[in-house]
Ligand binder design. Structure first.
Ligand code: ACM
Length: 651
């Protein structure tokens, strides 16, 4: 995962032994050698073999990595990322135009390692692969909650494993200014609560990403989402000064003043400094959600708009964007911004990142603007992976011409930070992002959902061995909630739930930056594997006749076991809820769960025995299910769809 463009399996397999060696015969790229060395470490982890960790030119090596072009210093958007991977029973060959392509091949090879009796092997195969889209991004919001640098590094490791190649680093927000400026030190001194990245850390992260074939596009939000700038430098405000770093979330009224020359002088000095840290050709200026009431009421700004023939706030923001674009152009950088920067006044070489949807993206493309789609890839909605997986940056029935389609550079996953911190972030991003990465990389017709989920489960575990905490964090949080290492019952109970999305949590809990992120909702994972497993089991079970007897009976067993095991966990969990204040909001869910699992077991009983359910049973059951769909305890049940199917199938 992502599935390659073309793969043909051959005869035999290469058995991995401690004699496995790797060679980079052209010896042109220290970056490639570091990638090969990391691969050897991971192969040792996967196989338990003590390998020769030699890198560089190694004669007679098992694996040869041949890269045609010399390494560049900065990875560009148009980098050739293709690779050819040829595995026979005694050798593996990788050919790629660039080091980035070769790194993708190494990731593919590691995914092919599998057990075979007493050893591990890679199957004989020939793979030719290249990405469908050049821009395959993940944005992490480090403004609303700070994410420690190690958290970002492990997420970059995971990105590389699934061939994502743009890390969009959202560095400034109303709630925090996270990047050190030596020219304007008050930005972090006043605007960050002491939680920020030093320039040295940022440079190191850029290097770390580059070593993994990932570009870093930094985002500095302007003119809105800028409370943290204004707290530090009130001279930038549009008339109203915030009283401090903003703790609540949502759109704010504070904005930079686009009418003062001093604002541009400031931005010029700031972006010039940032350009020395971030070598990527693209810089994101945000630009979203800037209602700016001051622009309508501040007499100085009103007069400026009049004298410059700017008829409304949109026109003033377009003026601002043009001025910032001129600064970026002088720095040899290109501008990226959210939908709101879209304005005919801007030249065609800006990139529009669409959070408003495919239609907004297409509108830009028909007018000649490049775009990146993000709307379907918002992870904070907590939707199952299947939703974003099936959402295509260029849908099959697009009305865009082939030329316009070329303007769609790709897609970007967005991880907004309102409701996450360093402990929970991995489980919100992974493994769902691996499925989305496949959407961005693989051919458009790779859309088999059952296949995706079965491969996602495997990738999820691989990511954990890379250091990701998306699986362990659930247990850790449950231990915290239980105040005990003995969480078997709570764990079983938790398997029935997934978190509500951003909107439901915000409106239920009125969250702010100060909200503790240690509730039950923070423990459970979006789209837990059991959700799709139960769905598939119900589908197979109810299709008996067309499925084999053993598939039918396995499916029935899985469903029965789930209902009975969850039900059996209830007495201990009810005890725990009484003892642990942080679990008390789960009482209603626990009561509902006891009823729902009973309904599941009864439905299977009726179906198995061919007996009719008592009068009213079905209506009552369906009414209970309907009632359980409302949010409570900030979580949703993850099995209501298969349960509904089972109940509906009874007589
Ligand atoms: C956004 O979600 N306001 C980019």
């Amino acid at each position: 995962m992502p599935q390659p463009v073309s793969m043909s399996t051959g005869q035999g397999r290469l058995v991995l032994t401690k004699g496995f060696t790797a060679s980079t015969p052209r010896g042109s790229s220290p970056r490639l050698d570091r990638a090969v060395e990391r691969m050897l470490y991971r192969l040792e982890d996967q196989t338990g073999l003590e390998l020769v960790r030699q890198v560089g030119h190694v004669t007679g090596a098992t694996l040869t990595v041949d890269v045609l072009q010399p390494d560049t210093t900065v990875q560009g958007l148009d980098e050739d990322e293709s690779y050819h991977l040829d595995i026979t029973s005694n050798a593996i060959q990788i050919h790629a135009a660039t080091t980035t392509g070769a790194m993708h091949a190494l990731e593919t090879m590691l995914q092919l390692v599998q057990p075979a009796g007493s050893a591990y092997m890679v199957p004989a195969a020939v793979i030719d692969d290249s990405p469908r889209f050049h821009w395959r991004g993940l944005m992490i919001d480090c403004g609303r909650h700070f994410e420690p640098i190690d958290v970002l590094k492990r997420n970059l490791d995971a990105m590389a494993a699934v061939k994502l190649n743009v890390f969009h680093w959202h560095l400034t927000e109303d709630q925090g200014f996270r990047i050190e400026s030596k020219r304007f030190p008050r930005l972090t001194a006043e605007g960050s609560d002491g939680l920020f990245y030093t320039q040295e850390q940022a440079r190191e992260l850029v290097q770390y990403a580059r070593d993994r074939g990932i570009r870093i596009v930094p985002e500095f939000e302007m003119p809105g989402h800028s409370v943290a700038w204004l707290v530090a430098y009130p001279e930038l405000n549009s008339g109203t000064q915030p009283t401090g770093i903003r703790r609540e979330f949502g759109v704010s009224d504070y904005v930079l003043d686009p009418t003062r020359e001093a604002t541009y002088k400031f931005i010029n000095l700031f972006l010039t400094e940032m350009a020395s840290i971030f070598p990527d050709q693209y810089v994101h200026i945000g630009g979203d959600e800037a209602p700016a009431p001051d622009w309508k009421t501040n007499p100085r700004i009103v007069a400026f708009m009049k004298s410059h023939d700017l008829k409304d706030n949109d026109a003033l923001q377009a003026y601002f964007n043009k001025r910032v674009l001129a600064i970026l152009t002088k720095l040899n950088r290109r501008m990226v911004g959210w939908d709101e920067i879209f304005n005919p006044a801007l030249p065609k070489d800006v990139v529009i990142q669409s959070w408003r949807g495919e239609q907004s993206l297409s509108k830009g493309a028909t007018q000649g603007y490049q775009g990146v789609l993000s709307a379907p890839y918002y992870l904070d909605g907590m939707q199952p992976a299947v939703k974003p997986y099936l959402a295509d940056p260029i849908s099959a029935n697009t009305t865009l011409t082939p030329e316009q389609q070329k303007l769609i550079l790709g897609g970007e996953i967005c991880m907004w930070g309102e409701h996450l911190d360093g402990r929970t972030i991995d489980s919100r991003i992974w493994p769902r992002s691996a499925a989305i990465a496949e959407r961005f990389w693989s051919p458009q017709n790779v859309r088999d959902v059952d296949s995706m989920y079965s491969r996602l489960d495997a990738v999820s575990v691989e990511l954990e061995t890379l250091g990701l905490r998306h699986l362990t964090s659930e247990d850790a949080e449950l231990r915290g909630l239980a105040g005990s290492e003995h969480i078997a019952a709570l764990r079983t109970f938790a398997s029935a739930f997934e978190p509500v999305g951003f909107g439901d949590r915000s409106s239920e809990q009125h969250t702010s930056q100060r909200t503790a992120l240690t509730s039950f909702v923070d423990a459970v994972r979006p789209d837990p594997p059991i959700r799709h497993q139960l769905e598939l089991a119900a589908k197979r079970y109810l299709a008996k006749g067309t499925e084999t007897t053993s598939a039918t009976s396995q499916s029935k067993d899985l469903l029965e076991r789930f209902f009975s095991e969850v039900n059996a966990s209830m007495p201990s969990v009810n005890e725990l809820i009484k003892q642990q204040p942080r679990l008390q909001p789960m009482q209603e869910r626990a009561d509902q769960l006891a009823v729902l699992t009973g309904i599941g077991s009864q439905a299977i009983h009726f179906l198995e025995t061919g007996t009719s359910a008592p009068a009213q049973w079905k209506q009552d059951a369906l009414a209970r299910i309907e009632g359980a769909k409302k949010p409570s305890g900030l979580v949703f049940f993850d099995f209501l769809s298969p349960l509904t199917d089972l109940v509906n199938a009874t007589r």
